[in-house]
Design a protein around this ligand. Structure first.
Ligand code: AMP
Ligand code: TRP
Length: 344
């Protein structure tokens, strides 16, 4: 070297936070390809916090024994899908009370009209009617803002449907900072690419979702291989006979190609090339095999983890402690800046 000093960039890792609701026994392929897969990638290069948002899920009435099982099943699946508690902080929202505490503070800074404009609330409450809509559904996005701001997150990986909630989070963070001084990092949404949207196998123009489907078009990660093979082989296809990607004319085939491509890592044109000269039957058989073989070890690992609840609980305890250390510091600053007197 000729005496020059080489500076090795030691940029601190960015903070990532996201959450998922434990509303079902099993996540589906849309949840994995649209969200969880990105979480797994992001844990390698970021300081990532991921939480199972059990408090948000209380907005849907669920039997306690089902709820308990779904919470553990969600954690087990997240680990089986590749979240590594050594690389990320994986925890349950209700284990860190600061979420509710900051939630209240932010509720006191959110306009009624502002909260009323959240489209997810408007859609859900319109469907249910006002007497069957709980207030928690109205304040849901404010609790979500608390989840994010508590951790000083820079990036929040979510689906397109969460864009408005992230905007609210940014507004609330900025409002607090300008009234009380710099306290929160203002996060950016890390909105996943359109290609990550997986559609229902029976209704390939609408997204795969448990709430809007009979279930026949939804691939559940924890289902037995035979069930998923059957669902894929019965997927709705389109007129014509070539396996080509064309979302407008061939939504069914395109959806299956998206799934095949995401799970094999081949791009769409390579995936298409795999089926040149082959018919829909062969194609669906091949997609079924790829899906089933991809999910087999995931299901096995999740079931294995669920056999040892004490181990899962110990992982969650470590996660909660790491999360709490960050969250309680933020909450302390918030209370302090607002003039709340600390307990002596
Ligand atoms: P939800 O089940 O709607 O609470 O979604 C949990 C996460 O999975 C969110 O980040 C969604 O954006 C994502 N997600 C849900 N359904 C799909 C889908 N069909 N395709 C892609 N991503 C999805
Ligand atoms: N509302 C999100 C969803 O339905 C779940 C969620 C709760 C969340 N808190 C969060 C997502 C914080 C990202 C960050 O998908």
């Amino acid at each position: 070297m000729d005496g020059k000093i080489i500076l090795v960039a030691n940029t601190p890792k960015e903070r990532v936070l996201s959450g998922i609701q434990p509303t079902h026994e099993s996540f589906h392929l849309g949840n994995y390809l649209g969200a969880i897969k990105q979480w797994v990638d992001l844990q390698n290069t970021n300081d990532a916090f991921y939480c199972v948002v059990d408090l948000h899920a209380l907005t849907v009435e669920t039997k306690p024994e089902d709820f308990k099982r779904r919470n553990l099943a969600s954690v087990a699946q997240l680990i089986a899908l590749g979240l590594d508690p050594e690389k990320c902080t994986l925890f349950i929202q209700s284990h860190v009370p600061a979420h509710n505490q900051l939630g209240w503070v932010l509720e006191c800074m959110t306009g009624f009209g502002e909260a009323s404009r959240m489209t997810q609330f408007k859609d859900k409450s319109q469907k249910a009617g006002s007497d069957r809509t709980v207030v928690g559904l109205f304040t849901y996005p404010i609790l979500q803002a608390a989840d994010i701001l508590l951790y000083q997150a820079n990036k929040v990986p979510v689906g397109e449907d969460q864009r408005q909630h992230i905007e609210l989070t940014r507004d609330l963070g900025q409002r607090f900072n300008s009234r009380f001084g710099e306290t929160f990092t203002i996060p950016e949404g890390y909105i996943l690419k359109a290609g990550a949207k997986i559609n229902d196998l029976q209704d390939p123009t609408s997204k795969m979702s448990k709430s809007s489907s009979s279930g026949a078009g939804v691939i559940e990660l924890m289902d037995a291989p035979e069930i998923n093979t059957k669902k894929i082989k019965s997927a709705v296809t389109d007129t014509g006979r070539d396996v080509t990607f064309d979302e407008k004319e061939k939504p069914g085939i395109s959806n299956l190609l998206t799934i095949y491509s995401a799970l094999t890592g081949k791009d769409i044109s390579q995936s298409q090339a795999d089926f040149e000269g082959k018919g829909y039957g062969d194609f669906k058989g091949a997609v079924a095999e790829v899906v089933v073989e991809y999910l087999r070890p995931v299901r096995e690992k999740a079931n294995e983890l669920l056999k040892d609840e004490a181990h899962l609980n110990s992982l969650l305890k470590i996660g909660a402690e790491k999360a709490e250390a960050v969250a309680s510091q933020t909450l302390k600053n918030v209370y302090d800046r607002m003039g709340l007197i600390p307990r002596g």
